[in-house]
Design a protein around this ligand. Structure first.
Ligand code: F6P
Length: 359
């Protein structure tokens, strides 16, 4: 048996841990050969870019950030820009990818990715490739799994930043607005906000009223705590307003977000008499060494994906449910996104301590 593995979409801590697990389990548990596909599905396009992987080639990568295979975000194999006869055209390279994967003699293809990559993986499963999915993303927004790896490391990074910002905010009696990642789901803002003792948490699931945010801040000034920490997910938006989109694709879907932290900071400064600073954490949240939880989850996911390959259970995604590793169909896992429950335990617990969600 020959198994292929690729990483697609934005990187996250734990990708190398999962690659290592796939390679070692394939080789040591099953005696299979492993082929690493470079830069996500682009490694199976016009020029095939693959490499042989052995336990030796993954030695030492468990604690490292990034992905040794490389990745590609914003690439949709069904809509690839190509110049044909000097003219730019959008072409569907799906059939070519299927042909190339079959040409490599892959008995299964393990696709590690977020919602976009997993949706593409399901597309290839439906076209006949023996695909198995592994969910990754710092955003933790994949359906049918309690957690994705990468998320806990990002929360750790954001929480450490909040701890540091707390002391300087307090020293200067300032409001510090911290923009974190989270396009449509506010998991990082919520968990880091709770863990880092934020006073205001703004998430995409709860459109905020700036008046409520300012009321909370002024209330803290009036009652002694002369500083505030406001955590804003990049996808947060005011009631009746829009997300802060920097770039869209040609068909209008959101490509890049950014700027809501500054907008919230400016609004607070304009409506209160308070000194405000804004920090955008950005891609710092995507890098660094994975925390133990992410290393362990990535390892368990990698082994479970090989076990699915051994049983020829294709079109499935490994997942975590109640502490156990299970699997679900890629179809079910990609029918939407996993959002924060606006009345769930996390939000309610934070509100019980006086945290404002701007509502
Ligand atoms: O999907 C993970 C994510 O970190 C999002 O939260 C963020 O919007 C996006 O990636 C940024 O992607 P890029 O690396 O393309 O800027």
């Amino acid at each position: 048996m020959k198994i292929g593995v690729l990483t697609g979409g934005g990187d996250c801590p734990g990708l190398n841990a999962v690659i290592r697990a796939v390679v070692k389990a394939s080789s040591l548990k099953y005696g299979w050969d492993v082929i690493g596909v470079e830069d996500g599905f682009t490694g199976l396009m016009t020029s095939v870019r693959v490499r042989e992987m052995t336990p030796k080639s993954v030695c030492g990568i468990l604690p490292t950030g990034g992905t040794i295979l490389g990745t590609a975000s914003d690439i949709n194999p069904m809509k690839v820009k190509q110049f044909i006869d000097g003219k730019e055209q959008i072409v569907d390279l799906s059939r070519l990818i299927v042909k190339n994967a079959n040409g490599l003699g892959l008995s299964s293809l393990i696709c590690i990715g977020g919602d976009g990559t997993l949706r593409i993986a399901n597309h290839f499963y439906l076209l006949g490739l023996p695909v198995i999915g592994i969910p990754k993303t710092i955003d933790n927004d994949i359906l049918e799994t309690d957690s994705t790896f990468g998320f806990h490391t990002a929360v750790n990074t954001a929480t450490e930043a909040l701890d540091k910002l707390h002391t300087t905010a307090e020293s200067h009696r300032r409001v510090i607005v911290v923009e974190v990642m989270g396009r449509y789901a506010g998991w990082i803002a919520l968990e880091a906000g709770i863990s880092g003792g934020a006073n205001v948490i703004l998430i995409p699931e709860i459109p905020f009223q700036i008046e409520a945010v300012c009321k909370k801040i002024m209330n803290r000034y009036e009652h002694g705590a002369g500083f505030s920490i406001v955590v804003v997910a990049e996808g947060a938006r005011p009631v009746g307003g829009e997300m802060s989109v920097i770039k869209r694709t040609e068909d209008g879907s959101v490509l890049r977000l950014g700027g809501i932290g500054n907008k919230v900071g400016e609004e607070i400064a304009a409506r209160t008499n308070v000194d405000v600073r804004v920090t955008v954490l950005g891609h710092i949240q995507r890098g660094g060494s994975p925390v133990p939880f992410d290393r362990s989850l990535a390892t368990r996911f990698g082994v479970a994906a090989c076990d699915l390959a051994a049983k020829q259970q294709f079109g499935q995604m490994v997942c975590l449910k109640g502490g156990e590793i299970q699997s679900v169909s890629l179809q079910d896992a990609t029918r939407g996104l996993k959002f924060v429950s606006t009345e769930g335990n996390e939000v309610k617990s934070a509100e019980a301590l006086g945290v404002s969600f701007g509502r």
